[in-house]
Design a protein around this ligand. Sequence first.
Ligand SMILES: Nc1ncnc2c1ncn2[C@@H]1O[C@H](COP(=O)(O)OP(=O)(O)OP(=O)(O)O)[C@@H](O)[C@H]1O
Ligand SMILES: [Mg+2]
Length: 383
Amino acid sequence: MTAPLAKTLFSEVAEGGRWPLNSGSPSLLSLPLPPSPESRMFSAVLGLFSQDVAVDLGTARTRVHQRGLGLVCDQATLLSVQTDVRGRRSVVAIGDDALPMLGRTPQDHEVVAPIAGGRITDFEACEALLLQLIREIHGRNRWMRPRMVVAVPHGATPMETRAIRDSCESAGAREVQLVPRPVAAAVGAELPVECAAGHLVVDIGAGITEVSVVALHGVVSGCVVPGGSGGLDASLAKWLGRERALLVGSETARRLKETLGSADVEAEPATGEARGRCLRAGVPRSVAITRREIAQALTPGITPIADAIRRTLEQAPPELASDIVDNGMVLVGGGAVLDGLDRTLSHATGLAVVVADDPALAVARGVGRMLDEPDLLAQVATA
Ligand SMILES: Nc1ncnc2c1ncn2[C@@H]1O[C@H](COP(=O)(O)OP(=O)(O)OP(=O)(O)O)[C@@H](O)[C@H]1O
Ligand SMILES: [Mg+2]
């Protein structure tokens, strides 16, 4: 995203240009707190009224947990942006409202995904998204300046963490605390993160799979597989092109994976339909596909996850490796609900596998719990 977009995006948002939730008030972005004693006191007073929030900024979905209320937002991590004839850009829709516009925008529109591969790639758009979500949660009260707890990828660089902090502060946060995502996931999956015994957490998100050993409130070791469950969509689309000469979009592949997909090549037989464009005749066509065929198509995306788990186990200190052999692994993230994935990973690694309850929400639940438990937050938060 270009620098002018950032400026115009925010000024449009701030001026109430096109965003339906706008009150026409000045941007929160224009309210930096100078470090004077008066402003610290002012901030403390505002804090008494603000509703603190915990955020899981995911490639596909952004979830916000509000203290005392639980999950208050689960929206697509997307913004739809329009450019007018003078080159001024404005936010037309965010979150799930922007979802139907994906792949369907006219020339003056674009749908922006600020996070790719689990990491923020467009900070300006991310800031605009956070600003709107916070406003939505706090109603139109621009004086609310919440404390924000945000889950960040393990191994985020100082530049990335600085940029995340800046985005949150610009979106109105009076205080920002960052916690490693794998630890938040482990807390959300109700693992005893305070114990010295290691636990293996595998977070299969839309853009990234993080395999982590968590112990004593921190990440001891781990590795990352690029692609996440979104990579499986790409594997399926590729298979349909190769085996059925059918060109399908990523949304079609995702829906097929979610409704009929399996990781188990011996899954119960079932047949569905894939719709796309015939690569030979160039016309729309639909073809039959079975669940077992989908499992074959997904295998190239699942094998690297099993390899990463084995590698993590090999690289972990021997004591922790033996803990993991005893405890098995916990799957979290939306990709964990793929039929047969637990069986397939268990077979490939020899470890017991448990899928967390409501796995897509594990990170949001974990950061949410930290809002309520300051001691836990103090142990987990990164500097
Ligand atoms: N029933 C299902 N079967 C298979 N996959 C599913 C199912 N439901 C959701 N998913 C996949 O889960 C993924 C979304 O998971 P999640 O919400 O954890 O991602 P995220 O947190 O936004 O991304 P990331 O953590 O990688 O930044 C999507 O790729 C989606 O297709
Ligand atoms: Mg995630």
